[in-house]
Design a protein around this ligand. Sequence first.
Ligand code: ZN
Length: 478
Amino acid sequence: MLWTASLCVLWASSVLGAPVNNEKQKVLLISFDGFRWDYDRDVDTPNLDQMAEDGVKALYVTPPYLTITSPTHFTLLTGRYIENHGVIHNMFFNTTTGEKKSYYQSQFVDQWWDNGTLPIWITAQRQGLKAGSLHFPGTASSYQGQFVMHKEVEPQLYNYKNETAWRENTDKVMSWFRDKNVNFVSFYFGEPDGTGHRYGPDSNERREMVKQVDRTVGYIRQSAERHGLTHRLNIIITSDHGMSTVYRNGLVEEITLSKIPGFSFGDLSFHLVDYGPSGMLSPKPGRLEAVYNALKGAHPHLHVYKKEDVPEHLRFTKNDRILPIILWADPGYVINGYFPVQFNKGEHGYDNQAMDMKPFFRAVGPAFHKNLKVGPFETVNIYPLMCHILGIEPEVNDGHLDATKHMLVTSTAARAESSSHRKYMKNAFTGLAAVAGFLVIVFAAAVVQRLLKQKRKTKRSGSLRDLPEKEDAHQTPF
Ligand SMILES: [Zn+2]
């Protein structure tokens, strides 16, 4: 009887607790570094256009500040603003020892990345899914002792422009999805950032590179089809930041800190400058006001803030790694230290409100509406969107599904609303099943006890005469 009851409970809970859609959807997150929101306006991009027709196109998205590669990519992977996830710069630095590491070297410094916020790979893996990452910033590091399951980190001297390699990498990622049954992959391309820096965002070279990106988008979608993934794979293509033309050739007065009256590098214990339009300074004890007063208002296109006074929309204050004085320049300018050493024609790292800093966004796949144009949203919201499609519980984050839910087809969007209700129902059922199971045991114990009592009674009287016939025959079988 008990055995039958347990079987019933097991059967019922497996039916009622089953997910609505048994076939899990997959997500491929692609970043083309430095692809500004409007790069498809002065170049023919048939494949990006086709993707917009088959899926969703946002007017643009807003990255977090500081608009540089590693910090903004880690926001895509975590849904947290930079001050909250702590990867505040491309460069690992130590203000005590004065050590600074390059973008590439910093990829291998675990403590720089692993400081409390888990990227989506680890969360997905902890919840039973498989994740992969190819060249995406943050891939090389471990998080609370765990690595992304399938990973490829580019070698130090890597040609980020090679279109053949782009295609080989694409096929590799698709085979992870098909042959290793991976659920989520992040996939990074180093262009058109490199070309935008070198030749400027308005150059012919940049336009040619956008054509290469467009061909690759076509190739990615073909490869997904060849690998039989189209009906399960959702492809999100976006970027970390945009690009802005730098004024050169004596057109403007450049910002060079050493030339500013009253400012001295001798007042600093540590600094990060000569890194595009942003800078951070750590004054020596007692020198903060002197440094701040010398720099504030020294150049019409240089913004100088004490850490705690940084404008709220930048959300670049609440982290111990952020230095006491923050500098940034208006679009068109860079911040030089002793003398100009930066000669890029394009830069990023500006205020995230500047239109030149906004990336593009496209998405296609079974979870997304077709031919839908949507308004802008912040890139912190991409993380909860991906978690939702994958069916995983997100970590604490700064995004919200409400910002992107309208891009999802009804069944997927409805799942967002019903998932909490379903969870409640499942819990309620589990509770009821437990109570029922307990009652079964109590009842069975009572019956057994009564039978034993009767048996003893009969033994004592030495006769079966007084025993009511088939006393428990009328009990209801379970
Ligand atoms: Zn760049």
